[in-house]
Every structure is written in structure tokens, then in C-alpha cells.
Write a protein of this length. Structure first.
Length: 259
């Protein structure tokens, strides 16, 4: 299987704070949903910043879509970043822009040759994918619910038709019902774009096993276990067994449901 992202012996230290990543090895399959889980402070966000080329590794390599990020200059890094879409925890919308303007923004910045009507059409298509119609186009973030802001943020992340879509704790701060709605939106968005690679940083264990094709557990600065959800449910590792014990009753009949 072809990989969209490969981390080999990735190490990162922040001085007196010690080592955060202590030799991470991870291969993210292209076209699949991979969820990276781990306790707070495990280094999930640090790993994500390496994948985006925002941090340089102390040791090891980060390869994205066949390119070694450590060998790229800033211009080349910016070019490969255009192949990413990113949904932040808070959606990170521009407060002074309407829904449609937020989605139009990256299209205007990166595809300057498009006419105004073409930009509008592109933005409307992205909003349609996440289930938002014209009645929401002129609303500002302040009047949108948390779930609606997530949808707008996701539409903006899809604006440039990325090959890799990254989610940083997408359900943080949402109630369980709304969180499940966002999870379903992630899956439907992924399925809408054949070949799209989705990487989710999450502390939401039930969701990780319900929607992930693959799950990677970051622990102690390394990947402790990686594979389809079933691998976790069948693991004899006492730590893993304890970690997923309470998940089984919540997973139900999702993509990674235990037998």
C-alpha cells in the first residue's frame, strides 16, 4: 500500500523540557483515515507540526507525498503545504468575514487567476460538501453554533482540493451528540473525495475506533501500536488492553467495532 506520510526515527527535544518525540516510526496509508491517539502531552501536536514542516526534526526523516521535508527550502515547503487542508480545534475562522468569505479566502490567495464568479462557485461547492446551503453564506462566525463553525472550517480546509486533510482535535469542546455529528461529517467528507488521506489528532477514543481505518497510539515518545482498530482490540499488551477496555462498549457497530 502506498503511503502519504512516512516518519522514520523522528526525534525532537525542547531543551530543559526534555525529549518529546523519541524515535517515532509511522507510515500513514494514502487514501485512508488514520487517527493518532495518546494522552495529553504525548507529543501529538508536535508530530503534526513536523508533518506540516513547521518544525524541523533533531533526527530522523519526515516524508510527505514522496518528498523528504528536511531537504526542502522554504519555497518548496510552501508548495507542498498547498497540498494540505487543516481543520483547527476552534475552526479558526476570521470573525470579520462571512461564511462564504471565509471559504473564498484561501482560493483568492492561492488561485489568483480565477475570476470573482469562479471563486464564488468553488466556495459554494465546498460548502455544499459539508452540508451548508445559501441561507448560511452571509452569516458571521459569532452567530454560528459550534458545529456550524466546524463545518465552515472544514469547507475552508477543502477549498484548495488538498491531497491530505489534517484535523487537530476536531471534537474538542463539543457535546457528545454534536461530536458524533462531526465524526460522521469527517467520514462523509473523506468518502466524497476518492484518494483523500485524512489524519486526525484526537483524544476521543470511541471516535478513533469508530471512524478510523487505522489507529496509531503515541506513548512515551514513540508509536506503541499501529494498525486497524481490530489490532487494538486483540492486543495482549496490558497497557493497550487497559487503554481500550472502556472503549468497546461505546464503539457500537462502527468501522472498527470489535466482534
Amino acid at each position: 500500500m502506498e503511503n502519504a506520510i512516512e516518519l522514520i526515527n523522528l526525534r525532537k527535544s525542547f531543551g530543559p523540557n526534555g525529549d518529546v518525540l523519541k524515535g517515532v516510526d509511522l507510515k500513514v496509508p494514502r487514501g485512508k483515515i488514520t487517527v493518532i491517539i495518546g494522552f495529553s502531552g504525548a507529543g501529538k501536536s508536535v508530530m503534526l507540526k513536523h508533518i506540516l514542516g513547521l518544525l524541523k526534526a533533531d533526527q530522523g526523516t519526515v516524508t510527505v507525498l514522496g518528498q523528504d521535508l528536511g531537504r526542502l527550502d522554504e519555497h518548496a515547503l510552501n508548495e507542498i503545504r498547498k497540498k494540505f487542508g487543516m481543520l483547527f480545534q476552534s475552526a479558526a475562522l476570521f470573525d470579520d468575514m462571512t461564511t462564504i468569505e471565509n471559504v473564498e479566502f484561501p482560493i483568492k490567495e492561492m488561485r489568483r487567476k480565477l475570476k470573482k464568479q469562479e471563486i464564488r462557485k468553488e466556495a459554494e461547492q465546498r460548502l455544499k460538501v459539508v452540508g451548508l446551503g445559501p441561507e448560511h453564506y452571509n452569516k458571521y462566525p459569532s452567530v454560528l453554533s459550534g458545529g456550524m463553525r466546524k463545518r465552515v472550517g472544514l469547507a475552508r480546509a477543502l477549498a484548495l482540493e488538498p491531497e491530505i486533510l489534517l484535523y487537530d482535535e476536531p471534537t474538542t469542546g463539543l457535546d457528545p451528540v454534536l461530536a458524533e455529528t462531526v465524526d460522521d461529517l469527517i467520514v462523509s467528507t473523506h468518502n466524497h473525495r476518492p484518494g483523500l488521506t485524512s489524519v486526525i489528532i484526537s483524544h476521543d477514543l470511541p471516535a478513533a475506533f469508530r471512524i478510523g481505518d487505522y489507529v496509531a497510539m503515541l506513548d512515551g515518545g514513540k508509536i506503541r501500536l499501529f494498525g486497524p482498530p481490530q489490532v487494538f482490540f486483540e492486543s495482549e499488551d496490558p497497557f493497550i488492553k487497559k487503554f481500550v477496555h472502556k472503549v468497546k462498549e461505546y464503539v457500537g457497530e462502527g468501522r472498527g467495532a470489535p466482534p
